[in-house]
Design a binder for this molecule. Sequence first.
Ligand code: URA
Length: 240
Amino acid sequence: MERLDKFLSVRSGMSRKEAQKRIKSGEVTVNSEVCRAADFKVNPGTDAVALRGQAVCADEHIYIMLNKPAGVVSATEDRHDRTVLDILPPELRRKGLFPAGRLDKDTEGLLIITDDGDFAHRMLSPKKHVEKRYIAQIDGEITEDMIRAFERGITFADGTECQPARLEIVPNSGGMSGIVTICEGKYHQVKKMFSVVGRKVVHLQRISIGNLYLDSNLPIGNAKKLTKLDIDAIFVGNIH
Ligand code: URA
């Protein structure tokens, strides 16, 4: 059982004080009845809490798919730029959200935002071998030599070794776009890998993490809540 004001503040991202104010003013219902007692005990598993008629999600954790646009940073706060949290719609906001992994400011596509640290760790650990797939548009043609170099494992100028990666040419792209599959998340990894083979990435988009694919109906800059099934897909076929 959980206090109503705590339940509301944790799940909606508002402060405890703000939650208490909303409860006192009669904006909150529990099982369709107005409840004005901040210390009322709710059962998150069975009680339906609503704020101004909008159901407040009772799940312990939330998982959000964002189709990240270019120009926002993968951080919880930033002095200069808008962050991926700033562009979430109010109904998906809550306390403790963070991006599970980073995309560069100019990279677009699939980003998961959550408040579940254990899940993020599981997804991001290179030991778990969760494949991340990117479409990279580059400034020249992809050659067989490059595909083999990715397969062997690229070494950066500073000696950092990458694990073997898959590089496939996107059909009908004139050889100028590739799908890159990696299991790691080194800083600027895809751009640096192409740089080692003499190519510059001009556009980068992440299209999948494990078996979870970017929803092609989700416009750039939009977000949606993921189901448990979506989240499980990330680890499907992953034996680690
Ligand atoms: N690799 C990059 O270079 N940038 C990203 O944003 C993600 C992977």
